[in-house]
Ligand binder design. Structure first.
Ligand code: 6OG
Length: 157
């Protein structure tokens, strides 16, 4: 028995040479660039939650996307594990727009702003960018310091 995990999605839309990130304007992870995502709601699958969050946060509708990773985050002193399901977005429709939550921007793959992102991203983005699947466990103290990090690369597609 314990506290059930909080299930979250995180979607990185990528093209051959660039990736779409959003500057988080409020809430958890504010002032950091990140993919789009949020809490999976009752009655929807994790994939449906991922697609909904992308639409809500940047206006795009995913037409091809795939779950590629899962990381469980522990924060020292907090009983609830954040179970983050990471998706790669490959095709989409619609017009990119800024929302109250996110200011989207494309970044060249060799100019990803790691200094203004969650510090864990520097560990798993390289795996993500070479097209592999992965799973991991990362322990944070506060929002800036990583105490433990284990990542397993599962396959290269
Ligand atoms: P809302 O609370 O805004 O969803 N998220 C993380 N993303 C990264 N890159 N690193 C982390 O390390 C994260 N923890 C959570 C999941 C929060 C959004 O932030 C992501 C969601 O997309 C701790 O609804």
């Amino acid at each position: 028995m314990g506290v059930p995990n909080k299930v979250l999605t995180l979607v990185l839309i990528r093209e051959e040479y660039r990736i779409l990130l959003g500057m988080k304007k409020r809430g958890f992870g504010v002032n950091r660039w990140n993919g789009f995502g949020g809490k999976v709601e009752a009655g929807e699958t994790i994939a449906q939650g991922a697609k909904r969050e992308v639409e809500e946060e940047c206006g795009l509708t995913l037409t091809e996307f795939e779950e590629v990773g899962r990381i469980d985050f522990e924060f020292v002193g907090e009983p609830q594990i954040l179970e983050v399901h990471i998706f790669r977005g490959d095709k989409y429709e619609g017009e990119l727009q800024e929302t109250e939550e996110m200011r989207p921007e494309w970044f060249a793959l060799d100019a990803i702003p790691f200094h203004s992102m969650w510090p864990d991203d520097a560990y798993w983005f390289p795996i993500f960018l070479r097209g592999s699947k992965f799973k991991g466990y990362i322990k944070f103290e506060g929002h800036d310091k990583i105490l433990d990090c284990s990542l397993e690369e599962l396959e290269t597609t």
